[in-house]
Design a protein around this ligand. Sequence first.
Ligand code: GRF
Length: 204
Amino acid sequence: MRNIGVVLSGRGSNFLAVADNVANRSIPDARIAVVISNLPEARGIELARERGLATAVIPSKGKAREDHDREMVAVLKQHEVALICLAGYMRLLSPWFVQQFPQRILNIHPSLLPAFPGLEAQQQAFAYGVKVTGCTVHFVDEELDHGAIVVQRAIPVLDSDDEHSLAARILEQEHLAYAQAINIVLEGNFEIVGRRLIHKKAAR
Ligand code: GRF
């Protein structure tokens, strides 16, 4: 059984998608060991409580980044997490946090990175006029929206789209992409060459 820790700040739809995939064994041999939020009012943490999962609210307000991160790492280590999934966590992690879990932290971002890092990526893509966009699940390194890419899923931008319809269709892809990426990472059958995640060939 592999323990997954989820870290979020908001509505928690990616967390729920991961939780559903764990529950129906699309992500096999795993459990969500703990859900952490830096914001007490995050809907995601309520949803985790409703599901009977272990939760921790660790407020970040007024704390130095690394002090806050040390509190989160203590909880994640206590729950012996094999993988940490950032799911709408609206703060940068400190280099110290990242170093605690090498190739063990994933983030999901609503654009095809390296296009449109940062906030409101869907709106950035829409306003730029791209014809294709999507989402990216990547390892977290010390730079924003930057680590090696695990999964990307692309969708066309339709003439009939507005920012909201586009964001909604990207979100559907996010929910699929996160489960795919978690399975790849937990299976461990890959190597990172430069920035490239390369799947190892199955042994015959
Ligand atoms: C998603 O769009 C995700 O890509 C980004 O933050 C949003 C979180 O949404 N990092 P939710 O809280 O999972 O619904």
